[in-house]
Design a protein around this ligand. Sequence first.
Ligand code: NAG
Ligand code: NAG
Ligand code: NAG
Ligand code: NAG
Length: 256
Amino acid sequence: MQLGWMLVFGPLLVVYHVTAVGLFLNERPESFVLPCKIHESATLKCEVHNHTKDEVLNWYRGNRQVDVSSKNSVNSSHVCVYPLTPEDNGIEFSCVLNRDSAVKVTVTLDVQFSPILGGESYLTTEVGNNVQLTCSVKANPQAEMSWRKNGSIITLVKSRYEQFVTSDIFRLNINKVEETDAGIYSCVAAIINKNGTTTITTREIELVVKGRKDALPVEAIAAAAVVGALIILFAMFARRDKIFSKCMKKQEDTSL
Ligand SMILES: *[C@@H]1O[C@H](CO)[C@@H](O)[C@H](O)[C@H]1NC(C)=O
Ligand SMILES: *[C@@H]1O[C@H](CO)[C@@H](O)[C@H](O)[C@H]1NC(C)=O
Ligand SMILES: *[C@@H]1O[C@H](CO)[C@@H](O)[C@H](O)[C@H]1NC(C)=O
Ligand SMILES: *[C@@H]1O[C@H](CO)[C@@H](O)[C@H](O)[C@H]1NC(C)=O
């Protein structure tokens, strides 16, 4: 009876005993989000607890393994991400037990930085065209976006304006451009700080509007008409040549 129980639970006890180690990442047993600042560093320290022998730890950045020295991978291991860039924002780093990948803790980097705006800075169009002013936006936390023209806020009430926002693009469409649309446009990103102040980042785009090209003057039309007539005559001659040669060939054919 006792032997039976041991046969049933023995292997389970062994399995339990071997895997009952815990991982702590920056002293935390569960996955978490780590707020950090651009240009600074993020230090990640992983430790095994309740282990009875050497335990090897692996690091992953997303799903790519990170190279660490073998010395820096037994029982405890640390990595340092420096300098932090906007591309590191949202990246997951995982510390994983080498012999059992189910034992792991993940940290997600929350890299904060002031808005980075990009895109063209000069645009030319003609009266009557539709034009798109595009501003690329990278920001964490998200910024409040708006457009200004010659320094004043653009109200979208004016129906020729349309605004489009995605996670990384802020765009102003102006339909049927008029000469008065020319000017300096600013893509404005506003961040409300914890102390209640607002930090503004802007990028300027100059819109140049040219008058519509004038209709062709009469002389030009007349000249074009003459050229057109000559071409038609020329074409008729060419065709006659072809018709003649065909006929001549036919004659030759029949004479043979
Ligand atoms: C380590 O072992 C102790 C005692 O058995 C237990 O209380 C603790 O929860 C274990 N820690 C981990 C991380 O498994
Ligand atoms: C890892 O931990 C085990 C168990 O505590 C210990 O026996 C071993 O010496 C440690 N290895 C290193 C390299 O510290
Ligand atoms: C905006 O500025 C441009 C260039 O300085 C100027 O030509 C244009 O008239 C201004 N438009 C308005 C509406 O103030
Ligand atoms: C408020 O916070 C911002 C950003 O953290 C800082 O640049 C600014 O100096 C602060 N202003 C005051 C009045 O504390």
